[in-house]
Design a protein around this ligand. Sequence first.
Ligand code: GLN
Length: 445
Amino acid sequence: MVAEPSSAAIRDIAVKDNICTTEWNTTCSSAMLKNFKSPYDATAVRLLRNSGARIVGKTNLDEFGMGSLNIHSIHGHVINPHDVAERRSTGGSSGGSAAAVASGMCFAALGTDTGGSIRLPASYCGIYGLKPSYGLVSRHGVVAYADSLDCVGVLAASAQNVHEVFGIISQHDYHDPSSASTGRRDRVRDLLQQRFANSFGTSLHGLRVGVPQEYFPAELSPAIAHSTRIVLSRMQRLGATIVPMSLPSTPYALSAYYVIASAEASSNLARYDGVRYGAYVPPDATTDVTRAAHIYALTRTQNFGAEVRKRILLGTYALTAEAFDNYFLQAQRVRKRIIDDFDGAFALPNVRRVVEEEDTLLATSPSVDILVHPSAIRTAPKLDEDSGRLDAYVQDVLTVPASLAGLPALSVPAGTGDDGWPVGVSLVGQWGSDELLLEVAEVLD
Ligand code: GLN
């Protein structure tokens, strides 16, 4: 992170380096964009500046947001500040933002979350991380990874700090075609108002909390299950009703996520060919320069890191005529089932779905207001032992379902595991209930 030393105040915000700012390069931690400076600020950055905030620096990430450990970056690994000597991961891809907050360098940081990139680092670093409902925060000026999943969100040391920043950046923006209209925002606010006439104050009386059994998989460390149970008993003591439930499509979410995210990435990253965007790599004298394909290949092979190239190949394959039905369409079917599962669980209707559909989407009992589950299956892994292993993908198993459904999810700190490292628990709500999650977290704070 490039930052000026300063005491934390609402003014000081760090920004993940895939979000455009005019005074620094926006590199996405990629050689491809190492010299790219945006001529405009992302909408979220502009709104923060207009509110008096100071952007104090750009933060490291996994290249283009692809990764879960912040190890795929031209700027190097991010070391978890909880205990630097242990050299553990901050999680990724918003690892730099999490480290900046956890080490007290800023009031809050902006991150992006496509499949868990805010919640996983928040959990590993012992801070709060909100992935907002899809469409509430503008993606204008944010370098696209997977458009149908990308969300800009906030990491901070308290739920209240997250709330303050979210309140500023959650605005309709006509520059982003997926930005939720004010009508839709008002509609969900009215529904929540009907359900909870008053804010919670110091109790959680009347709140129904679902605990989906599929979020306690075999890979989950027992200490994390224990921390989650402690949070649930606290909620119960504060007046909430705990409802055990099942979201049966959950086990298919991880595979569907990686097919959809890679397919969208392969299309989005096509623009980095050295001609339209990206650092051009000149062909050597022996190359036939009239063949554009050579220039593209050189530029893309030399500038994209191995993980990004892997995703592009996987995504391109999933979109070929031969694989489209079995991979891409199948993943979209799974995505729909996951959304149906959530809509069947929540008392609040999903206002993103068309009105005629809504009657059939009202919850089947038992319906709940929020879900609670562990944010990650483990505490922060050591950097050296886990770097680049395939099981890095498994770390996203608990975060991707909310991403596929576009739902708000807030990771809150929940003590430490057996090893003394932070554990996070996630609160997930129906689309648009971000404020509800933040209010509940403030009661727990
Ligand atoms: N780890 C996931 C991936 O690599 C999620 C990343 C993200 O949310 N940006 O795709």
